[in-house]
Design a protein. Structure first.
Length: 198
C-alpha cells in the first residue's frame, strides 16, 4: 500500500478511537518510553503538542514528566505558507493558543523562538511507521525540512497507537526515518540509533 492510501487508512483508524482509548493508549506509550533509560539524561527535547480533533498521542503526559525533571522543552510553530517549522521554547509559564489549524502555539510566538541546533531528542508526529523506521505523517513535509536544521546525531522518536507495518513501498531517498518507534506495547530500535548512543 502506498503512502496516500496508508495515510487515509490509519487516519480513519485513529479517528475511530474513543477519547478514553486515546488517553489510555497515550499512557501505555509513555510507560514504554520510560524504559528507554538513555534518552532521559539529555537536556533539550522537542515535542509536538497533540491536535485533539485528530486524536493524536497525548504528549502533555511527556511534557509534564520532563518539566518536573528540569529539562528544556521546545515545541513546533508551523508556517503553512512556507511549509516550515520554528522551534519555540515552552514551559508552564508560556501561554498557548490554537492557531487556525487547531495547533497549540505560544503567544506571542516570536518571543520564544530558539535555534533547533540545541535539540538532542525530537518526538515526531506520525500516523504509522514501518519496520525499517520510515513514517507516514500528514504529507506536508514540515519535519523533512526541519530535521536537517538540528544536530546530525539528534535522536528521532515516533509515537504511534498502531503496530508498525512491514514496508511503506513508495519511499524516496530524502524521506525522513525515525531512530526509535514506540507503540502501546512495544519499542522498536532502528539501525541508526546504534551510532547515536555509542
Amino acid at each position: 500500500m502506498n503512502k496516500k492510501k496508508l495515510r487515509k487508512k490509519y487516519f480513519c483508524y485513529r479517528q475511530s478511537l474513543s477519547q478514553k482509548e486515546v488517553f489510555d493508549k497515550s499512557y501505555e506509550i509513555f510507560f514504554q518510553m520510560k524504559k528507554i533509560f538513555f534518552i532521559w539524561g539529555r537536556k533539550y527535547y522537542h515535542i509536538f503538542l497533540p491536535i485533539r480533533k485528530y486524536k493524536e498521542v497525548d504528549t502533555f503526559i511527556l511534557v509534564n514528566f520532563l518539566l518536573k525533571r528540569g529539562k528544556y522543552i521546545t515545541i513546533p510553530c508551523s508556517n503553512f505558507n512556507r511549509i516550515s517549522i520554528e522551534n519555540c521554547f515552552f514551559d508552564k509559564n508560556v501561554l498557548l493558543k490554537k492557531n487556525n489549524y487547531g495547533i497549540l502555539e505560544p503567544v506571542p510566538r516570536h518571543k520564544y523562538v530558539v535555534s533547533p541546533y540545541f535539540i538532542e531528542i525530537i518526538f515526531i508526529p506520525l500516523l504509522i511507521f514501518d519496520l525499517r523506521g520510515y513514517r507516514i505523517g500528514y504529507g506536508k513535509g514540515f519535519y523533512d525540512r526541519f530535521i536537517p536544521l538540528c544536530k546530525k546525531n539528534v535522536i528521532k522518536i515516533g509515537l504511534s497507537f498502531f503496530s508498525p507495518i512491514k514496508k511503506i513501498i513508495d519511499i524516496h531517498e530524502n524521506d525522513l526515518s525515525i531512530d526509535i518507534g514506540i507503540t502501546p506495547d512495544h519499542i522498536f530500535f532502528f539501525e541508526n540509533i546504534k551510532k547515536k548512543i555509542l
